[in-house]
Ligand binder design. Structure first.
Ligand SMILES: NC(=O)c1ccc[n+]([C@@H]2O[C@H](COP(=O)([O-])OP(=O)(O)OC[C@H]3O[C@@H](n4cnc5c(N)ncnc54)[C@H](O)[C@@H]3O)[C@@H](O)[C@H]2O)c1
Length: 410
């Protein structure tokens, strides 16, 4: 029998990651039942593309459709509302990252899961990428011995000459701390989850710093900048000028009259209140340390990871946009203590996130792949990853080192 899924949030992610793949790839095992969104125009868009039945009430959708699970794909701050309500109504939940945006909501989710006995899955698609899977396999196999420390940095490119991915975080709700937890939560939840998973440990203490160097009202170059790119008099001079695609006009601009959600909003507008440059240090329960940095104003997109252990050091990096001549994609190097280097060159994989999304979807909808490395993630993993970011935010605000045990009972 096919499993049936409802959606909380008719988002780009709901369609692009889940619904489109159910319709084209998993239609023999899964079907789309209902969709709930506060914007009826976007629900209608989703229903046109997927055949989902539209609901204007979440409880009614769940109780009418009785799905095998609800897939939560809405704005981050609202994830906890639907995760908790669905479990209270007796349903399992699959949620997009981040599981939630702060320690208080995290505690409520964990308590509800325990009280209801329902299952919460968090879809950490980055885990399934071939490069991170290989790093996990190497560390787990003891290639560098016991892990002592990790350094991980991620850069998102600023310029539209490349992908403009870094700048894209400032045009929508992601750029509002109260909606996304900022990039320490919204984006870095992926990265903290990767580290927690690779080194098999949980964070204990967090200290952090954050700055806004390029975007936001403080950096606005023109007093008369428009609220959106399409309304701005500085189209020709602004390096962040953005033209919506036809699909974006259909999904966002044509439905603005319902809720005022504009997807080409100015990256310098007043409500932008997150950090574009941030660093954190973390002490783990097992004594390991992490130094981490995330920069969304960078010259190119990519990451570098270094893990030091009792028997050696692992280094890996990926340059995802720009600077073709130094691309060193998908090579992992392990240095032993006698100065020998072993290189692992990974085959190119196609598809989103190096083919990782495909593997995650198969685990989710078919569930027939063995999982020796523990890719499949639940609420504990969701909590440990968002807590680093949420408590990093708290550390920046208070100027203190924050202890996880003072904030949540895991
Ligand atoms: N894993 C990944 O690589 C990845 C990539 C992109 C997005 N995401 C996640 O997917 C989710 C959706 O992101 P997106 O950029 O596709 O979103 P989006 O902006 O395309 O859509 C968000 C939707 O939520 C709806 N919404 C707003 N408030 C709501 C509420 N209170 N209740 C119900 N619906 C509400 C909006 O009307 C909109 O349709 C986010 O949690 C995001 O973090 C994950």
């Amino acid at each position: 029998m096919k499993k049936r899924y409802c959606f909380a949030g008719a988002s780009g992610r709901a369609y692009g990651m889940y619904a489109a793949n159910i319709l084209d790839g998993f239609s023999d095992v899964a079907e789309i039942a209902g969709v709930f969104d506060i914007n009826p125009g976007r629900s209608a868009w989703f229903a046109r593309k997927t055949g989902a039945r539209i609901y204007d009430d979440f409880d009614k959708m769940m109780l009418t459709e009785k799905p095998d699970a609800v897939i939560v794909t809405t704005v981050d701050v609202f994830h906890s509302d639907y995760i908790i309500r669905a479990m209270e109504l007796g349903f399992d939940v699959i949620t997009e990252k981040p599981m939630t945006i702060d320690a208080e909501r995290c505690q409520k989710i964990l308590d509800t899961e325990k009280a209801t006995g329902r299952k919460l899955t968090v879809t950490f698609n980055y885990r399934y990428r071939p490069d991170f899977t290989k790093i996990k396999e190497l560390v787990k196999s003891g290639a560098i011995g016991d892990v002592y420390s990790v350094h991980f940095e991620w850069s998102l490119d600023r310029s539209y000459v490349l992908s403009g991915h870094g700048a894209s975080y400032y045009r929508r709700w992601n750029s509002v701390m109260e909606k996304s937890g900022g990039l320490f939560v919204h984006k870095a939840t992926h990265h903290f989850d990767l580290i927690n998973w690779i080194i098999d440990d949980q964070p204990k203490k967090i200290a952090a710093f954050g700055k806004m160097n390029v975007y936001g009202p403080k950096n606005r170059p023109w007093k008369d900048a428009g609220p959106t790119c399409r309304e701005c008099p500085h189209k020709s001079e602004c390096e962040f000028y953005y033209v919506q695609s036809e699909d974006e006009i259909e999904r966002f601009q044509n439905n603005e009259h319902y809720d005022g959600y504009k997807m080409d909003a100015c990256v310098f507008r007043d409500e932008v209140n997150i950090y574009d440059t941030m660093s954190a240090i973390v002490e783990y329960r097992g004594g390991k340390t992490l130094s981490y940095s995330l920069n969304s104003t960078a010259a190119y997109e990519g990451w570098k990871m270094i893990i030091n252990g009792s028997k050696g050091r692992l280094e890996a990096q990926d340059v995802e946009t720009g600077i073709q001549s130094i691309r060193d994609t998908d090579v992992i190097r392990v240095f032993d203590l006698a100065n020998r280097i072993t290189e692992y060159v990974l085959p190119r994989d196609t598809g989103a996130h190096g083919g990782g999304d495909k593997r995650l979807l198969r685990m989710l909808f078919v569930g027939d792949l063995p999982d020796p490395l523990g890719h499949f993630a639940g609420s504990r993993d969701g909590a440990n990853s968002i807590l680093i970011g949420a408590l990093a935010n708290k550390s920046i605000q208070t100027g203190r080192i924050i202890d996880v045990d003072d904030e949540v009972k895991l």
